[in-house]
Write a new protein. Structure first.
Length: 150
C-alpha cells in the first residue's frame, strides 16, 4: 500500500459517497487509476464496505452504557457460547474481550435508562456464564467514530 492508497482510504473513511472523479482530484490521480485502486482495495479486503452515518438523536437511541462482564467460566467453549449469544442482542453496539480485571466490555445503545435496564435484566445478565456485571453510563460522547447499528 503506497501513499496514494493511504490518501484514498483517508478520504473514503470520511466521505464514502464521493465520486471517483472527485476522489481522484483530492488524491492527485485521474478517475481511471483511482477507480482501479479502489477496486483493488475492495478486492483485497482493505475496504470492507460503505455505510451511512446515522443520527442517534433523530433515531431516539442516544443513551449509551458500558457494561463490564465477568464470566464464571473462561474456557474456550464458554467463551464461544458467550460470543455467539451476545451477537444476537441488537442493542449491543460493540463487545470486546478484555485482558484485565474483567472479561468483556460491552457498549450498549438504547433510548433511555429504562430501556437499558430492561436489556440488562432480560438479555445481558442472562448471557451464558455471566457471573457479574458493572454498568457505566456515558454522560457525553467526546469522540465516537463508530457507526450506529440498528
Amino acid at each position: 500500500m503506497d501513499e496514494y492508497d493511504q490518501k484514498i482510504l483517508s478520504v473514503l473513511s470520511i466521505e464514502g459517497r464521493i465520486s471517483m472523479t472527485a476522489l481522484g482530484e483530492r488524491v492527485g490521480l485521474s478517475k481511471t487509476p483511482v477507480t482501479a485502486r479502489v477496486k483493488r482495495l475492495e478486492e483485497e479486503g482493505v475496504i470492507t464496505g460503505y455505510r451511512a452515518t446515522l443520527s442517534a438523536s433523530k433515531l431516539g437511541v442516544e443513551h449509551i452504557a458500558f457494561l463490564e462482564v465477568k464470566l464464571s467460566d473462561t474456557r474456550e467453549k464458554a467463551l464461544d457460547a458467550f460470543n455467539q449469544a451476545v451477537r444476537a442482542i441488537p442493542e449491543v453496539e460493540a463487545c470486546h474481550m478484555i485482558a484485565g480485571g474483567f472479561d468483556y466490555l460491552i457498549k450498549v445503545r438504547t433510548s433511555d435508562i429504562f430501556a437499558y435496564r430492561q436489556v440488562l435484566g432480560e438479555q445481558l445478565s442472562r448471557l451464558p456464564n455471566v457471573a457479574s456485571t458493572s454498568t457505566y453510563i456515558s454522560m457525553q460522547s467526546v469522540v465516537d467514530t463508530a457507526p450506529i447499528d440498528l
